[in-house]
Ligand binder design. Structure first.
Ligand SMILES: NC(=O)C1=CN([C@@H]2O[C@H](COP(=O)(O)OP(=O)(O)OC[C@H]3O[C@@H](n4cnc5c(N)ncnc54)[C@H](OP(=O)(O)O)[C@@H]3O)[C@@H](O)[C@H]2O)C=CC1
Ligand SMILES: O=C1CO[C@H](CO)[C@@H](O)[C@@H]1O
Length: 275
């Protein structure tokens, strides 16, 4: 099994560049599916209060027999808990559900406008970070204007910004802003929930390198330097999506895939989403 590279976050914490996503895995399946991912070699699990499966993710991590220090666990704050004290309480509930003594990364899930000022929410996350209860804190679905406002009103720079990125939505501007400010980009829905897998360009490259369209797409993300966590409930795909380290895409392949950008989202637009 090849070792997964890590990305060094702006506070020196190391995060495995390839992880496992758990959105839409029903709670009753989450323990088994997450254990299958850990068994396949994944050491980074992405969940959220919104996904309703934190308890089962925590159960899988605890039942895996792995050292806690060897598994990187992320969760995200719900949109209805942005008030400062609500955020602190919601974090406590997350930790109770997970049954873990600390979290590796805690994110503000969305910069929702009507649920309180996210700079106040961020102060709660800073407190959690300073108390050592989360090793790193970050945001999700923030546009550069949200990040600017956050950084003007806070001390800790977010370690990551988790945004939708895939070949049909390459997000060059948000990623460039992150790179400039040492905020790592995490790419959610990295295969656009399957929508890019029938793309003829990706198919042609996959045929040429002898890999699947999903592997080619995930490899494209890794070579761009982003952090990814594809979701699958299918045992064979869980393994397939982890097997990304025995091949490389050429500069030409990378360029062709990046040129597929058509600014097409599978999820909500952060400037319109109200939670
Ligand atoms: N911060 C945020 O706002 C968001 C964060 N996320 C995070 O990102 C993770 C990944 O994104 P997600 O939206 O789940 O979408 P993905 O892009 O990871 O796609 C998942 C879908 O693709 C299918 N699939 C997975 N692997 C393969 C494969 N090798 N071949 C063919 N089909 C495949 C899965 O089917 P099957 O399961 O049946 O195998 C599932 O339907 C989430 O699970 C979540 O952790 C996601 C959305 C928003
Ligand atoms: O994490 C998430 C899962 O997907 C949902 C629908 O796209 C998002 O709203 C949410 O942020």
């Amino acid at each position: 099994m090849s070792a997964v590279p890590t990305v060094t976050l702006n506070n020196a914490v190391e995060i495995p560049q390839l992880g496992f996503g758990t959105f839409q895995i029903p709670p009753e399946e989450t323990r088994g599916t997450t254990l299958a991912a850990l068994e396949a070699g994944y050491r980074h699990i992405d969940t959220a209060q919104m996904y309703g499966n934190e308890k089962e993710v925590g159960q899988a991590v605890r039942d895996s027999g792995l050292d806690r220090a060897d598994v990187f666990v992320t969760s995200k704050l719900n949109n209805d808990a942005h008030a400062h004290d609500d955020a602190l309480r919601a974090f406590d509930v997350t930790m109770e559900k997970l049954g873990l003594d600390h979290l590796d990364l805690f994110l503000i899930h969305w910069p929702v406008p009507d649920k309180g000022d996210f700079t106040q929410t961020w102060k709660a996350l800073e407190q959690i970070y300073r108390d050592g209860r989360a090793r790193a804190i970050g945001v999700s679905n923030f546009q550069p204007h949200h990040l600017r406002r956050l950084m003007e009103n806070s001390e800790v720079v977010p370690a990551v910004n988790q945004i939708e990125v895939h070949p049909y939505l390459t997000q060059d501007d948000v990623r460039a802003f992150g790179a400039e400010h040492d905020i790592a980009t995490e790419a959610w829905s990295p295969i656009a929930q399957g929508k890019v897998l029938d793309d003829p360009t990706i198919g042609r490259i996959a045929d040429r390198v002898g890999r699947t369209p999903a592997q080619v797409t995930l490899r494209w993300h890794l070579q761009r330097g982003d952090i990814v966590f594809p979701k699958s409930s299918t045992p064979q795909r869980i393994k397939e999506n982890f097997d990304l380290f025995g091949f490389e895409l050429s500069e030409g392949d990378m360029g062709e895939i990046s040129a597929l950008d058509r600014n097409e989202r599978t999820g909500p637009d952060p400037d319109r989403f109200t939670g």
